[in-house]
Design a protein around this ligand. Sequence first.
Ligand code: SF4
Length: 488
Amino acid sequence: MLASPRSRRLTRTLARWALGLRAIVPWRLVERAVLAFVKMEAECCTQSSPYYKFLQRYVAQFEQSGTFARARSFLRERARHQVAARFDAWLRIGALTALRHEVLAKYKGRFGVAPRLLTEAQLALSPGCDLQCEGCYTQDDRGGSAPKRARIAYLVDELVSCGVFTIHIIGKGEPFLSPTWARELLSVIEERPHVFFTIATHGMHIDDELAARLGALGNVIVLVSIDGPEPLHDARRGAGSYKRVEAAIARLRAHGALFGFSCMVSKKNYEALVSDEFLEARRASGCAVGVFSRYFPLSSEGASVVQELSLAGDSLAKYTARFDAVRAGPGLPLLDLDEVEQHTGCHSRAGESIYVDGITGQIAPCLRVPFAPDDCSLDRSNTRGQLAARLAHPFFTAYRTGDKQCPTWCGANLSGELESVAGLLEGHCASDRARLDEYEQRARDASEGAGKDLTNKRHLPVLNATNPARHSPRADGAEPSKESRSTP
Ligand code: SF4
């Protein structure tokens, strides 16, 4: 559903009209009404939906951290054209998302509509990156040509027609590496104000022109990677990169773009990432959110790198305790992706999320589990309805059951998850089988390493029975069985 120029003009005119009166609009009341509605919806829909479980838990955290107060001041204070764009997008996303889902739900399984509706997707658009960060697990999966504007638009529209309303542009490289890639992606985003996008970037190619363009969009948040204070960040991403990222963030702020930071949490940097000084600096620079992603032992780097980066035992317990203490600090809500998944259960297994490799057209359960039969891919014809048809494939039908086969989530039981996926691939042609075997071996190492001496073993970044400070809940929210507690 692409917003027509006429409908966009209408919303923007209404927004400008409201903004003319913004001093007397009771924004706090509007906010309260919206929040009450979201909480009510989350309350009644949490049973089987990770998305609503997410809302129920984290909207309160955002509220507590002052996110909505910041949105109110943005509406009051920024230039009218920027406010109008954001208001336009928020109205569409807020009003149309639920409506679109209601309508699509009536047509599930029919031509062009998935048998289970998605809510979000990870979309990889970049075949290359100019950095070689320690611990990057997409480095083995590069190459090919970046999709052009028409193809990006097609992929986005296919996802939206299957229910998606949030698209994470992530992997397999840097989305702003080429100015052409950046322009084409932003054109697609601009034409779809009813869809919310997050873009993960290392930030080093954000110049004034790109920052201004991002500042004019209402439906995107840019997540810039910052892996710690300058020495730690530069050690992972190259000398001088911290200063370039800070300059990029200053540009985003000057142009009124919505942005936050993301970081890879490892044994090397976890203390710095949850320190008051680091978080205060991010708050002061205008970040709207911080996204923490724990190092995941899937990169093909040697055992010594894995050993140096993996959070486990004491370091993991200290990190999670400190993260809990600072997660809803004033002015800067923090999300730890593994903690989110631990709370909500696996979004992919529940059928709410999917990973699309926009370079090859392959679709798969998740960026962390990028495997599926060869015939689960979108061909180059850009024919409508392909994604819905692939999601009806026996592999995805078996995978997206929402229960049973996923004892915890891949962050806690990657080995079990890969084994399960390998089982589901039996009888299908999957030419990436060799890579899956490698992944499985690495995951097995991790699994064994978590409960024993960790020397030369990969281990998963979650607390479990060997780290009694916290255990792993099941995806269905019930207490874990004895077996699953002892499984990392
Ligand atoms: S910037 Fe991102 S994609 Fe590029 S090497 Fe670093 S972690 Fe990997």
